[in-house]
Design a protein around this ligand. Structure first.
Ligand SMILES: [Zn+2]
Length: 277
């Protein structure tokens, strides 16, 4: 879900394609839309002196894009050695099987149905490829299978759809759950406070250089939406459609189907916490 506001420290029209940190390069997929912002960010990550690269989220099944990702690696003398997925939504994962075929790599993801090869991913796993180290951080909420990848050497975190480079994300009820999502945001905030992470490399939209500010903004935004939904219900807006029209009046209508899933997640959360009947 995109909101009208830019995130802290972020010009609204900033688009990143190309190198973002010492180790991460974005290859932007050509699938721009209201939901995917400028398109899916496919991240190529490698140690500066290594010939091996890891790809996070090959993106949609778009042959030209998948080949462009491989070319981008080759232009810097690298070969793709592993493919990772932040979650299973098709704009991130639909091209994974074809990409794995083109590169001869395994695909690792939390959801066993998305994996190619025998290795999964679990909390705290350390991915090691050509001297590169990334740590797996489970961040359910947008979806149940959402992961982030911490890149300590660049003080950066790859967030998939858990944090976007512009606007805010959706909680894809019933797979995504609001309570999980809030816990995940707090987990990410602790990375910024305790581990010095300052850069967000999102699944869509521009890189964020104020990770803590962005996460605080997300937490505040979720709290304010939740309060709005609670008030709407108290004011007699009983159907999901009615609550969406009331609470998301400031959001472009093309995003209302996504807003509806987020509203369902919020109603579920309020019900579970005894805040609405
Ligand atoms: Zn997604």
């Amino acid at each position: 879900m995109t909101a009208a506001d830019a995130l802290p420290g972020q010009p609204r029209d900033a688009v990143v394609s190309g190198p973002a940190t010492a180790r991460a390069v974005n290859v932007l997929a050509p699938n721009a839309s209201a939901m995917t912002l400028d398109g899916t960010n496919t991240w190529l990550v490698s140690e500066p002196d290594s010939e091996l690269a890891v790809v996070i989220d090959p993106g949609p099944l778009d042959e030209g894009h998948l080949r462009q990702v491989i070319r981008t690696a080759e232009e810097t003398g690298r070969r793709v050695a592993l493919t990772l997925l932040t979650h299973g939504h098709p704009d991130h994962a639909a091209g994974a099987a074809r990409f794995a075929e083109l590169t001869g790599t395994k695909v690792r993801a939390l959801d066993p149905a998305l994996r190619l090869g025998d290795e999964g991913l679990a909390a705290g796993d350390v991915i090691r490829v050509g001297g590169l180290e990334m740590i797996v951080v489970p961040t359910p909420g947008h979806t149940a299978d959402s992961l982030c990848f911490l890149l300590p050497a660049d003080r950066a975190v790859l967030t998939g759809d858990t944090i976007l480079g512009r606007g805010t994300t959706m909680v894809a009820h019933p797979d995504g759950r609001l309570g999980d999502y809030l816990d995940s945001l707090r987990r990410l905030r602790s990375l910024t406070v305790d581990d010095g992470v300052d850069t967000v490399l999102p699944g869509h939209g521009p890189v964020l250089e104020d990770a803590q500010g962005a996460i605080e903004f997300y937490l505040a935004h979720r709290a304010s939406r939740l309060a709005q939904v609670e008030s709407a219900v108290e004011a007699g807006h009983r159907t999901v459609t009615d609550v969406v029209a009331h609470v998301y009046a400031d959001v472009d209508r093309s995003l209302w189907p996504a807003a509806e899933l987020s509203v369902r997640a919020q109603l579920n959360y309020l019900g579970e916490h005894g805040l609405i009947s």
